[in-house]
Write a protein that binds this ligand. Structure first.
Ligand SMILES: Nc1ncnc2c1ncn2[C@@H]1O[C@H](COP(=O)(O)OP(=O)(O)OP(=O)(O)O)[C@@H](O)[C@H]1O
Length: 255
């Protein structure tokens, strides 16, 4: 298992636990993610994968342990502070503004990072820097020509790509992808997997919860296996799939 302290770790979890009522949702999860790694997070339904992402991104505060981002303890920091510190996340449901164009959506993300937060009353004036970042990010996900389309009219797989472009435009240190393939038609899965591979090739650190095992095993450097709130194993895809404890955890539960 990964050690508690790694010199090149951009994200570390140290004995993270979460108890809600009498239930222990996460139990002593320790993990160090080195810069540039793509870590797949798998496990049966209810294993605690989304909760783990919630703890990392600050949506939920753990009852035990520490979350360390770039060497800084962020355990008590709220979501927006962690985002500002370089933590980017997609959710299982779409977070796009459907009535805005693709470029406008991505530009808002760039502007947020560049310090011009949108308000309910006023959309900040687009700057050249934000527009350039948004165009670059759209090119990165293969949607350079889609900038003028309305986000609401996109196919599901395209929406996922735009969400990833929004993350890229915010230049995060660590990216959390929560089931990026959810709801995406099987014909669109390979193209989306390529976009995620591209994120990784660009040197970004990515954690990805994904039920499509073939996809995650094909993309990840290492796989973390969750089961009943515990981290069963963290290893290469081959070693994890050959691990008897992992195999028995999945038996009868489905993947
Ligand atoms: N706020 C909460 N209060 C009580 N129980 C919770 C809460 N949040 C999560 N749980 C429970 O914690 C467990 C882990 O849930 P979580 O959604 O993290 O699992 P998961 O591995 O992401 O599952 P799935 O693959 O189905 O999305 C589940 O049993 C869930 O019911």
């Amino acid at each position: 298992m990964a050690g508690l302290v790694a010199d090149d770790a951009v994200l570390e979890l140290e004995r993270v636990g979460l108890a809600i009522g009498g239930a222990r949702i996460l139990k002593e999860v320790s993990l160090a993610v080195p810069a540039g790694e793509l870590l797949g997070v798998i496990g049966p339904n209810g294993a605690g994968k989304t909760t783990l992402f919630n703890v990392v991104s600050g949506v939920v505060r753990p009852t035990e342990g520490r979350v360390v981002l770039d060497g800084r303890d962020v355990t008590r920091e709220p979501v927006h502070r962690r985002a500002a510190a370089g933590l980017g996340r997609t959710f299982q449901t779409s977070s796009l503004f459907p009535a805005l164009t693709v470029l406008e959506n991505v530009r808002l993300a760039a502007q947020a990072d560049l310090g011009a937060a949108a308000s309910v009353f006023r959309t900040p004036r687009p700057t050249d820097a934000a527009t350039e970042r948004a165009r670059d990010a759209l090119a990165d996900v293969g949607l350079a020509d889609a900038g003028d389309r309305l986000a609401g009219g996109l196919a599901h797989g395209e929406k996922r790509k735009v969400e990833i472009a929004m993350l890229i435009a915010m230049e995060p240190r660590v990216i959390l992808l929560d089931e990026p393939m959810a709801g995406v038609g099987s014909a669109d899965v390979p193209a989306l997997a390529e976009v995620i591979r591209g994120l990784h090739r660009g040197g970004r650190t990515v954690l990805m919860v994904e039920h499509h095992l073939d996809v995650v095993l094909g993309l990840a450097d290492r796989i973390a296996v969750m089961h009943h709130g515990e981290l069963l194993a963290v290893d290469t895809p081959e070693a994890v799939m050959a691990n008897p404890t992992v195999q028995s955890a999945y038996l009868g539960e489905g993947m």
